[in-house]
Write a protein that binds this ligand. Structure first.
Ligand code: SF4
Length: 164
């Protein structure tokens, strides 16, 4: 898997202060894509064990407390990314069980294949669906267009993230 950007401190992508990883690779080709440079799978830089270590360290940092990890892109659920993302979310939930994980994907929840569904038990929030320019609305929280859905997958998310 390749990634484009890693922000160790981010207050924009999800609730609270977070670590955010933008991965490479997306098949959806949405018109008006906010992040076109991430669409090619081979763009960006290789995601390494060192970066995974860094994410765990940042999530464990007690000086700047992070609420969790956000995964965006590109598409973290691109079939070529699923294996590396699954390994990462398993590690985060094992090493930092009090942190939540949010994921943005162009796939809709109901169209995920078996490999993509294997990630769901580790995600607290999934924001799904392609960006539809005709339905774009800058006032929406966490999503760009009104067709996209904020799924609160975990009990923690249902308890703490208000339904948009
Ligand atoms: S799903 Fe996201 S990254 Fe992929 S083309 Fe659509 S807007 Fe761009």
């Amino acid at each position: 898997m390749n990634y484009h950007k890693y922000y160790p401190v981010d207050v924009v992508n999800g609730l609270g202060t977070r670590c955010t990883l933008f991965v490479s690779g997306c098949v959806h080709q949405c018109k008006g894509c906010y992040n076109q440079s991430t669409q090619r799978l081979d763009s960006g830089h290789p995601f390494t064990d060192e970066l995974a270590d860094r994410i765990i360290q940042d999530l464990s940092d007690t000086r700047i407390k992070r609420r969790g990890l956000s995964l965006s892109g590109g598409d973290p659920l691109h079939p070529a990314n699923v294996g590396a993302i699954l390994a990462l979310v398993k590690r985060v939930k094992q090493s930092c069980p009090d942190k939540d994980i949010w994921c943005w994907s162009g796939y809709r929840l109901e169209e995920l294949d078996e490999a993509q569904q294997a990630l769901l038990p580790y995600l607290d929030v999934l924001i799904d669906g392609r960006f539809e320019q005709a339905l774009a609305d800058p006032s929406l929280l966490w999503r760009g267009s009104s067709n996209q859905v904020v799924h609160r997958l975990s009990q923690r998310a249902r308890d703490t993230v208000s339904a948009p």
